[in-house]
Design a protein around this ligand. Structure first.
Ligand code: WQD
Length: 337
């Protein structure tokens, strides 16, 4: 039986099986697909609060439960012979985190705590943690940010992600866990028409929503100290991000690790440049409105992607045009509610 094919209901004797928490979500489903296509044994653990079972590939078992349920996590780990975890399951809307901090700390911090307890109880010793550029907060730097740049998150979402890195590191030291933390920058695009981002929180889906409802997209702030006055971000295609997880998993299977990596392209793109890319990808000749700044937006947030390239041999392959084109195809195939 080839690795990745079904065997004994998802148990892969002699091969490592990776549990992907949140594996039915937008990013998680891409990670599951990449791991599965690369021949790794995978089991998805997802409460389907925002994930969708249809995104889990055939042959990959889905356990429907919350990571807060430590008993269910432990049971799934034993039943599926899990030897490593990619931990994605979390809440990620910055604005909501400000309104509902208790919810975010419970889901993101308690969720990780419960998972680490189950890993300790079952002897699972390898973990890829889904972190975020939100850990950096409002960096005051024109240069790409290295992983050791000061982390000063400015909202509960970013705080829970940074606390998660500390929690995992401390537990790892105590119980001998190998881990990689991936700090995602601005994730966009889709690996297929059925794998689009259905949560309309980020810039590109917000632009699509405006266009689909006959409104002008909005640029939040045009007086930033950047060449065109709009904010600069580091956009990364979701399939490249998924491949960074495969590279991390491979690294963890080869030996010990305790590393944080930025996952970005190392290239800054302004909001106005994104608008231009959407015009080209959609063929729609729209105008956008320049409106007030949104609170809490740094002028510039760009990754240094040197460390992950040097250590893991990973680099992003897709450019902004590929992100916008694939996102638009997925949006048209299944417009979010
Ligand atoms: C991008 C730029 C907006 C909508 C967030 C999280 C971060 C990470 C990625 C997960 C900003 C501008 C947006 C619009 C606009 N998530 N904008 N008009 O805030 O950079 O990052 O998602 O870890 O942690 O904070 O992403 O997509 O909301 O915004 O002008 O209608 O687009 O002001 O400059 P952000 P975003």
């Amino acid at each position: 039986m080839a690795p990745g094919g079904g065997w004994l209901g998802g148990v892969y004797p002699g091969l490592m099986t990776w549990m992907v928490t949140g594996g039915a979500g937008y990013i998680g489903a891409h990670i599951v697909k990449s791991l599965h296509d690369s021949g790794y044994g995978v089991v998805v653990f997802d409460d389907l609060s925002t994930g969708e079972g249809r995104k889990v590939p055939d042959g990959v078992p889905l356990v429907e439960a919350s990571v807060l349920d430590a008993v269910a996590v432990e049971k799934a780990m034993r039943e599926h012979n899990v030897s490593g975890v990619v931990h994605m399951a979390a809440k990620k809307a910055v604005g909501e985190s400000v309104e509902r901090p208790l919810y975010y700390y419970r889901e993101n911090v308690d969720g990780l705590l419960s998972l680490l307890e189950a890993m300790d109880a079952t002897g699972v010793k390898k973990m890829v943690y889904s972190s975020s550029a939100a850990t950096f907060g409002m960096p005051d730097s024109d240069d790409p940010l290295a992983e050791d740049y000061l982390c000063q998150p400015i909202n509960p979402y970013g705080e829970t992600k940074l606390i998660g890195e500390w929690l995992m590191r401390d537990v790892a030291t105590a119980i001998g866990l190998d881990w990689v933390s991936l700090r995602y920058f601005n994730v966009a695009g889709a690996g297929g028409p059925e794998l689009g981002d259905t949560g309309v929180f980020n810039l590109i889906p917000m632009v699509f929503r405006a266009l689909s409802t006959g409104k002008n997209p909005q640029v939040f702030g045009s007086d930033y100290p950047t060449p065109d006055g709009s904010c600069i971000r580091d956009y990364i295609h979701v399939t490249d991000l998924a491949d960074a997880h495969v590279a991390s998993v491979k690294r963890l299977e080869q030996g010990t690790a305790a590393e944080i990596y930025n996952v970005g392209r190392g290239e800054g793109v302004s909001v106005i440049e994104v608008m231009d890319a959407v015009r080209s990808a959609t063929g729609l000749d729209f105008t956008y409105d320049l409106v007030d700044r949104r609170a809490g937006d740094p002028a510039r947030l760009v990754a240094s992607a040197d460390k992950i390239r040097t250590d893991l041999g990973w680099t992003a392959e897709h450019d902004l045009a590929a992100m916008v084109t694939s996102a638009w195809e997925a949006w048209q195939a299944a417009p979010p509610d």
